[in-house]
Each structure stands twice: as structure tokens, then as C-alpha cells.
Design a protein around this ligand. Structure first.
Ligand code: ZN
Ligand code: ZN
Length: 137
């Protein structure tokens, strides 16, 4: 992991800010967070290693738990609770509306939807929150 502002490697993997330039981790757009090469202004992908630069939070850890999100999806998926938890509010509201607006009939659909997402979260197929941060184990 490299500082996106000054290109220096972080001292520790979970550093929250750069000790050299003092900016918060993930802030800045001058260097690739993956390989530390300079990235031209406005570039969306690193020319050097191909990593996406659109998400400033690349490589950050989410405070949200993978297990909690997965279980919420499996048990409360029809209310979109796991998506509210992870910050995917649009999807969460869709699941909630399907369930509530149909007086629970649509819960068959939304609970299967939530169940599948819960499994995908637990299996690591969905491994980021809405801010693009990796879920904690
Ligand atoms: Zn820095
Ligand atoms: Zn790179």
C-alpha cells in the first residue's frame, strides 16, 4: 500500500494516515495505491499495474463485519438489513419495499434475494461495503 498523495509506502498495512505527508489514507490522486507509480490526473486505472483508481478507498478495511452482514442477509434479507448495514441503501430499500408494499407476499422474492446475497457475502463474492472498503472477517 502506497500513499495516494505522496507515493510513499505506508509503515503498516492498517495505517490510517501517511506519516510523511499527513493525509488520510486513500486521499489524494497522485500515485497508485497498489504499486506506488505516479498516476496522471483523472486516470481511472493505473497504467503500471492495472488497479482501479476510481475508488479512493482502495485497499481500506471496512469496520463492518463480513459474518454479521452475511447472517443479516440470510435471516433478515427480506428487509434489506444487510444492505443497510453495508451502505447499499438503494438495494436495501428495494428489498424492503418488495416485502412491505406487498404485505409480505413479495418477501418470498426478497428473502431469497437476501439469502443469496448473504451466502455471497460469507463466501467472499461480495467482499466490499458501499464505500469500496474490504469487509472485516
Ligand atoms: Zn503521503
Ligand atoms: Zn499501480
Amino acid at each position: 500500500m502506497y500513499c495516494r498523495n505522496c507515493g510513499q509506502p505506508y509503515v503498516t498495512d492498517d495505517a490510517v494516515m501517511c506519516v510523511r505527508c499527513g493525509v488520510q489514507r486513500g486521499t489524494g490522486a497522485n500515485y497508485c495505491p497498489n504499486c506506488g507509480q505516479p498516476t496522471p490526473v483523472g486516470s481511472q486505472v493505473c497504467m503500471q499495474c492495472g488497479v482501479s483508481l476510481i475508488n479512493g478507498a482502495y485497499g481500506l478495511r471496512s469496520p463492518k463485519s463480513k459474518v454479521a452482514a452475511g447472517l443479516l442477509g440470510i435471516f433478515l434479507g427480506s428487509f434489506g438489513v444487510h444492505n443497510f448495514y453495508l451502505g447499499y441503501t438503494g438495494k436495501a430499500i428495494a428489498q424492503l419495499v418488495i416485502t412491505v408494499a406487498t404485505c409480505g407476499i413479495g418477501a418470498v422474492v426478497s428473502s431469497i434475494w437476501g439469502f443469496i446475497e448473504g451466502i455471497m457475502i460469507l463466501c467472499g463474492n461480495i467482499d466490499k461495503d458501499a464505500q469500496g472498503r474490504y469487509l472485516s472477517d
